[in-house]
Design a protein around this ligand. Structure first.
Ligand code: PHE
Length: 369
């Protein structure tokens, strides 16, 4: 039967040439569909004589079975090829670096504050706080600034508008007003959150925000200070010097930092001093523990008897020392930042570079870091 042989060859060639599922389906319809070539042959069996049918029947049925099998096998091949193509196109390249994950960091000011608090906490200081908006009395008068004295202008104060009592509050120019709050709290048992309501001896540090009209490479209108106050019997300059020298060595994690005390004037301490650290400023950047320059880092002194009196403590019984230290400036020194103003510029790249991980391994000196 040349007819069947040729037909089978033609259909087989068409199956092999079908490039996709749609082409294969077209071949199937033309062969096995209602009026397909093989279906027509099957129909022709009805018009044959029994002998003819006996001979042709198995051949035509065999042809149909082989073509059905060939179509099924081609269909499976096409599906496998299509899957391979999809897998190749959609392959995940595991060698590509993962996109960076956004993560926050601890701001250097907060990091440095925590480090400072940790050092003082080990020396037995507790933390007291006070508000950013202060009365003129706490910020100046109680601290022995004479009324109307130009010393009040010394701090380039931000004054608030007069309130209903005709009083002009200030954005505190230093953390020293919290000294007043702490000492008053001891006497008057006023809010415990400022002072733990403790009797002398008092040993507190006061971290917080402070404000002055000032802006250049080493000054910003808002900055942070840590105040220290110690009140006890028989306190003298030796205690002050030891405390601050020990603090500096622990904070900078080296005993190689040289310090000196220079006489100075503050209305609220007598005698008063500024503490300098030795540094090298030759390369545009300040390096601690080397060089021949001195850099002022804090003010300090023995609490003035008038301040003790203003806060209800008898200066014949109680003495004390106090200090006030710029937190941001110490951070700039310790971690080598070129410009203090960057601390508050909120540049995400700067923060990513200088920020600290909240979960970094403990630092040997401070237990923080
Ligand atoms: N309050 C002072 C300042 O901000 C620093 C200081 C605090 C000095 C305590 C002496 C004692 O400049």
């Amino acid at each position: 039967m040349t007819d069947i042989t040729t037909l089978e060859a033609d259909i087989s060639a068409a199956i092999a040439a079908a490039a996709d599922a749609a082409a294969l389906e077209a071949v199937r319809v033309s062969a096995l569909g209602k009026s397909g070539s093989i279906s027509e042959l099957l129909k022709s069996l009805g018009g044959m004589s029994p002998d003819e049918r006996r001979e042709q029947g198995p051949k035509i049925n065999g042809l149909r079975d082989r073509i059905q099998a060939a179509i099924a096998s081609r269909k499976a091949d096409l599906e496998a090829a299509e899957l391979d193509a999809r897998l190749a196109a959609e392959r995940v390249d595991l060698t590509l670096p993962a996109p960076p994950r956004r993560k926050g960091s601890v701001h250097p000011t907060m990091q440095v504050m925590d480090e400072m608090i940790a050092v003082f906490a080990e020396m037995g200081f507790s933390v007291a706080e006070g508000p950013d908006i202060e009365t003129d009395f706490n910020n100046f008068t109680a601290l022995n600034f004479p009324p109307k004295h130009p010393a009040r202008e010394m701090h380039d104060t931000f004054f608030l508008p007069e309130d209903e009592h005709g009083e002009r509050k200030v954005l505190r120019t230093h953390t020293s007003p919290v000294q007043v709050r702490v000492m008053h709290a001891v006497n008057e048992k006023v809010p415990a959150w400022v002072a733990n309501g403790q009797e002398p001896p008092i040993r507190v540090i006061v971290p917080g925000r402070t404000f002055r009209k000032d802006s250049d490479q080493t000054h910003t209108p808002m900055f942070h200070q840590i105040e220290g106050l110690v009140i006890d019997k028989g306190i003298h300059m030796g205690h002050l010097k030891w405390t601050l020298e020990t603090f500096i060595a622990r904070f900078f994690e080296t005993s190689a930092v040289e310090t000196r005390f220079r006489p100075h004037h503050f209305p609220f301490t007598e005698p008063s001093a500024e503490m300098d650290v030795k540094c090298d400023r030759s390369g545009g950047e300040v390096k601690i523990g080397q060089g021949e320059d001195w850099l002022e880092i804090l003010g300090c002194g023995m609490v003035h008897p008038n301040v003790l009196r203003n806060c209800g403590l008898d200066p014949d019984v109680w003495q004390g020392f106090a200090f006030g230290c710029g937190v941001d400036r110490l951070g700039v020194l310790k971690y080598g930042m070129p410009d203090l103003r960057d601390m508050f510029a909120s540049d995400a790249r700067w923060l990513a570079h200088y920020g600290f991980s909240a979960f970094a391994a403990p630092n040997s000196a401070t237990g923080l870091s």
